[in-house]
Design a protein around this ligand. Structure first.
Ligand code: ZN
Length: 133
């Protein structure tokens, strides 16, 4: 399964929890694992809280840890080394349990697509594994 995402900023966090939940509901999987992954090299997947201040804090942290244009070798090729390096810190996938047909998330947990080099059209892959009963 694939989710299509249209990002609108250079870096942003997009809550994709509801879309993932819908795909799980359409499937036959009630107990299992959902792997959320992206094949892009300048984006990632994050699990955390959807609070506007915190989302800004996360993006600010990434920009502080990986400043733009800090003499990276990849910038000589395509001028987006900061986006790749931020994506390295985030990671390209998350695996979450499915319980009773739903993603097993904590009260405050949401799943985000993390755009690090937008705006672009992006794809998120969902792989559902059904538990043996
Ligand atoms: Zn690049």
């Amino acid at each position: 399964m694939k989710l299509k995402i249209e990002t609108t900023r250079r870096i942003e966090l997009i809550d994709i929890t509801s879309e993932i939940q819908q795909e799980i509901m359409k499937s036959e999987v009630s107990e299992g694992i959902c792997i959320i992954s992206t094949r892009h090299t300048t984006a990632g997947i994050i699990v955390n809280e959807n609070e506007s201040g915190l989302k800004e804090d996360i993006l600010n942290l990434l920009q502080k840890l990986v400043p733009t244009g800090a003499g990276y070798r990849h910038d000589q090729i395509d001028n987006n080394a900061d986006a790749h390096l931020r994506a390295v810190l985030i990671g390209a996938s998350e695996a979450l349990p499915i319980t009773q047909g739903k993603l097993e998330l904590g009260t405050w947990q949401r799943v985000f697509f993390a755009e690090m080099d937008g705006p672009r059209n992006r794809i998120v892959n969902l792989t559902l594994l059904k538990s043996i009963e």
